[in-house]
Design a protein around this ligand. Structure first.
Ligand code: NAD
Length: 295
């Protein structure tokens, strides 16, 4: 398939690489020339603008940081919608708010383009290994066409419903994840302060009713889980800044829906304070530092 891939960052670059390895012909766009050159060295062609890439390919994939970048890439003067031909398929894999996705999809529909949202989970490791989960919001037809291509970058490809529902699934999951990590941090730090061995405590939690992913796979206490970021100085995981962004999306969506997110709002404040302390680049499980005594 001929694919335009726009946004070659920590996630986009390994995803694009997997598509090249699967035999697709890629045209790539990024504002970072270093990222473009790396993909070109792996066999991709460089397109001048998103509009040009959209015009010359059958599928457009975007993987951008936030809503404003997605708007710029689709609505800009030489953006995707300025060049795209009717009948082309488009999928935005960025994590953004459902409202923006629906706006972009409505504009795309006017140009005869079926656009789906497909945010991912699985992190940079999953992107490199091709084991991402894709949460797809879009028409049944778009899903049927996208499924085989997404399956070359991921393992779980789930149709969540109409356009925007992929983002809804993603932000609700990350709302829960942000909260559950704080819960585990609070319990582990309290146990330590009261004098129980943290390995013993984690073992009890992980075979009891407090068990959750934040505890049994990604425990924030150093050394409890060898493969967790906590055991390597909170590096190389899911940055607190990204968690903060996702909690912002959740609380804003909740505001629009007039829905309470009490714990989500508190969690957002805690990650905000973490960012202020200069720890936004650490894995989000370093939130436990807010509960630990450092002599
Ligand atoms: P990133 O910042 O590493 O990459 C974004 C890329 O987009 C960069 O290469 C940047 O130069 C490019 N870009 C920005 N504006 C552009 C424009 N106008 N035109 C062309 N290119 C442009 O971000 P990432 O870590 O790859 O994340 C991408 C998305 O995936 C985000 O929405 C993020 O929330 C989500 N996500 C990230 C992770 C993760 O672990 N990193 C996990 C799941 C989901």
């Amino acid at each position: 398939m001929r694919i335009a891939f726009i946004g070659l960052g920590n996630m986009g670059a390994p995803m694009a690489r997997n598509l090249i390895n699967a035999g697709h012909r890629l045209q790539v766009v990024d504002v970072n020339t270093g990222a473009l050159e790396q993909l070109a060295a792996q066999g991709a062609q460089i397109a001048a603008t998103p509009g040009q890439a959209a015009a010359e390919n059958e599928l457009v994939i975007t993987m951008l940081p936030a809503a404003r970048h997605v708007r710029e890439v689709y609505f800009g003067e030489s953006g995707v919608l300025a060049g795209i031909r009717a009948g082309t398929l488009a999928v935005d894999c960025s994590t953004i708010d459902p409202t923006t996705v629906r706006e972009v999809a409505a504009a795309a529909a006017k140009a005869g383009v079926d656009l789906a949202d497909a945010p991912v989970s699985g992190g940079t490791g999953g992107a490199a290994a091709g084991t991402l989960t894709f949460m797809v919001g879009g028409s049944a037809e778009a899903f049927a066409q996208l499924q085989p291509v997404l399956a070359q970058m991921g393992r779980n490809i789930v149709h969540c419903g109409e356009v925007g529902t992929g983002q809804i699934a993603k932000i609700c999951n990350n709302l829960l994840l942000g909260i559950s990590m704080i819960g585990v941090a609070e319990a582990m730090a309290l146990g330590h302060a009261l004098g129980i061995d943290t390995q013993v405590l984690a073992g009890i939690i992980n075979s009891s009713t407090g068990r959750c992913w934040s505890s049994d796979t990604y425990n924030p206490w150093p050394g409890v889980i060898d493969t967790a970021p906590a055991s390597r100085g909170y590096t190389g995981g899911f940055g607190a800044q990204l968690m903060l962004k996702d909690l912002g999306l959740a609380t804003e969506a909740a505001r629009q829906a007039q829905q309470p997110v009490v714990l989500g709002a508190v969690a957002q404040q805690l990650y905000q304070a973490m960012s202020l302390r200069g720890e936004g680049g650490l894995d989000f499980s370093a939130i436990i530092n807010a509960y630990r005594r450092f002599e």
